[in-house]
Design a protein around this ligand. Structure first.
Ligand code: NAD
Length: 319
């Protein structure tokens, strides 16, 4: 039997954001109804960076993403984050595919933001604020564009270069983008925060009733983008409770004892599966995203199945 090896270019060429949104939404539903298995991430922390192993099972496949974060890599001409996914047949363990998962990580993160906004933002949302204009912002925009008619994007970043590059990307996508300050970016229907900040960037007085926030940037202990007062007055939805308490937007407030488990309203899966209600009235909602292994597996499954159909990738006798 042969294993398919798929490069980043192969992966990019074969899966769309729309497919990723549908797959990720289904993965959340399966996880909430105990039809997916996902043990906690395993962390390997070393001097120059860290690694995470993210295993899971769903929809007839098992797999693991092995992903690093080495902050000094750009100085060496390497990306900070690089990821590889191994997809296995759960019946016999055979490695069906080995693929780049660097692109998949951004794609599935964008897709989760899209799913969250679909269920939690006001249906007629038109103005989208972005705090942080890097890589994740781009994928959040691509997902939002699949779900809403965007009238205006308001963008803020501490780097002017990042703001201008994001504006240029919006233009290419046919989306109007205005560069603003942080406060004005928050005057929107849906706010998307994608910074690696460890102190709040978004102030409580800037957030109006009815706003939905996709809090994407905080995915490790100590990271925080929103003032804790915002969490206290909002309906908080997490991707996974344990991961969110450990490293999500709520981690700092939780470690200070201000936000407790019982203050978390639901998981996104519970809302997608109809176990809990999504938006109710003019409340402020927050999706606290940390990134789940089931999201990676759901998109890797599509990539593999389409690659088989299209005869894409290199087949090797690995085993
Ligand atoms: N939730 C998830 O599933 C998930 C997945 C991938 C990445 N992330 C996290 O998202 C964050 C962003 O990742 P990325 O790949 O977009 O990084 P990136 O470096 O491409 O972009 C981050 C941007 O934030 C800007 N920024 C930093 N501090 C800021 C501040 N205080 N105010 C405004 N802008 C600020 C930077 O200038 C940069 O343009 C990281 O913390 C990363 O770990 C989360």
């Amino acid at each position: 039997m042969e294993t398919i090896v798929l490069t980043r270019k192969d992966v990019e060429s074969i899966i769309s954001m729309k497919e990723a949104i549908n797959a990720v939404e289904e993965a959340f539903r399966l996880y909430a109804t105990s039809k997916a298995i996902m043990p906690p991430k395993v962390y390997l922390t070393l001097e120059d960076g860290d690694f995470r192993a993210m295993p899971s099972y769903l929809m007839g496949y098992a797999g693991v993403k092995w992903v690093n974060s080495h902050p000094k890599n750009p100085e060496k001409g390497l990306p900070t984050v690089m990821a590889v996914f191994i997809l296995n047949d759960p019946k016999n363990g055979f490695p069906l595919a080995i693929m780049d998962a660097t692109f998949l990580t951004s794609l599935r993160t964008g897709a989760a933001g899209g799913v969250a906004a679909k269920h939690l933002a006001r249906e007629n949302s038109k103005v989208f604020g972005f705090i942080g204009c890097g890589k994740q912002a781009i994928f959040q925009l691509l997902a939002i564009k699949e779900i809403f008619d965007i009238e205006l994007v308001k963008a803020y970043d501490i780097s002017e270069k990042a703001e201008l590059a994001f504006k240029e990307f919006c233009k290419k996508e046919g989306v109007d983008c205005m560069i603003t300050n942080a406060k004005d970016a928050c005057d929107c229907d849906v706010l998307i925060t994608t910074t690696p900040s460890t102190s709040p960037v978004v102030k409580k007085d800037w957030i109006k009733e009815g706003t939905h926030i996709n809090a994407i940037g905080a995915d490790a202990p100590g990271k925080q983008e929103l003032e804790i007062e915002i969490l206290k007055k909002s309906k908080i939805v997490v991707d996974d409770l344990e991961q969110a308490l450990h490293g999500g937007e709520v981690n700092v407030a939780h470690s200070l004892g201000i936000i407790r488990r019982e203050n978390i309203y639901a998981t996104l899966g519970e809302i997608v599966a109809g176990i809990k209600k999504g938006r109710e009235g003019n409340e402020i909602t927050i999706f606290d995203s940390t990134g789940l292994a089931i999201q990676d597996l759901a998109v890797a499954k599509i990539v593999y199945e389409k690659a088989v159909k299209k005869d894409l990738g290199i087949k090797i006798e690995l085993i």
